[in-house]
Design a protein around this ligand. Structure first.
Ligand code: 16G
Length: 199
């Protein structure tokens, strides 16, 4: 495979899922979220923290263990992780974003923006906020807010006309402080679960 714009040969461990430069363009003053003290994706408040796109090497930085604090993940091999990373990258529209504690090379927060291509709204784009998780031993550092606002601003930056999420009832208040609204008459999430015997 050839070299990419950001200089990462595909398959290299440092390879990013999406170009990290986009995160530098986000204007945190556009978000209704209040940060005390003020932090942002480029300045997350501690010099040992970094907000960045998922990397191929994050299999070794506890990404899947972090996700398992959200829901069932299963025993994913390195090859499975690698193949999924490649597929996400090639299909486009997957913006898995993480926070790393660089002192211990471990991921401590993650959230994903997925972008759907639409015909409606003049061939618009719809963002979905997915798989938000923060290591709860890092409480008090506004990391939940930081990672959600990062991907929400990213959706706007990339041209989405709206961003949607579903969550546990107890998290509604949290998301409301970040600008998400229960739209009257239009706030139901429904699921159909397919039984998969493997997990
Ligand atoms: C929550 C997550 C969703 C995740 C799901 C997993 C957010 C905003 N929502 O709804 O992204 O995929 O939980 O739960 O993070 P499940 O394993 O029951 O499908």
């Amino acid at each position: 495979m050839g070299m990419e714009k950001n200089g990462n040969a595909e398959g290299k461990l440092s390879e990013y899922l999406y170009p990290p430069e986009i995160l530098k363009r986000l204007d945190f003053s556009k978000s209704p979220a209040k940060f005390h003290p003020k932090i942002s994706a480029v300045d997350p408040g501690e010099d040992w923290m970094v907000v960045r796109p998922l990397q191929r090497s994050d299999y070794d930085k506890g990404f899947l263990q972090l996700l398992s604090q959200l829901t069932s993940v299963g025993n994913i091999t390195r090859k499975q992780y690698d193949d999924r990373f490649t597929k996400m990258k090639h299909s486009g529209g997957y913006y898995v974003t993480v926070i790393e504690d660089t002192r211990i090379n471990k991921l401590i927060g993650a959230a994903t923006l997925t972008i759907e291509q639409k015909f409606i709204h003049n061939c618009s784009l719809r963002g979905r906020l997915e798989d938000v998780v923060v290591n709860d031993t890092y409480r008090g550092k506004q990391l939940g807010k930081l990672i959600v606002v990062t991907v929400s601003l990213l959706a706007q930056e990339l041209g989405c006309y709206k961003m949607s999420l579903d969550c546990k009832d107890k998290l509604i208040k949290f998301y409301e402080t970040l600008g998400y609204k229960m739209e009257p008459g239009n706030s139901n999430a429904m699921n159909m679960r397919y039984v998969k015997p493997l997990y």
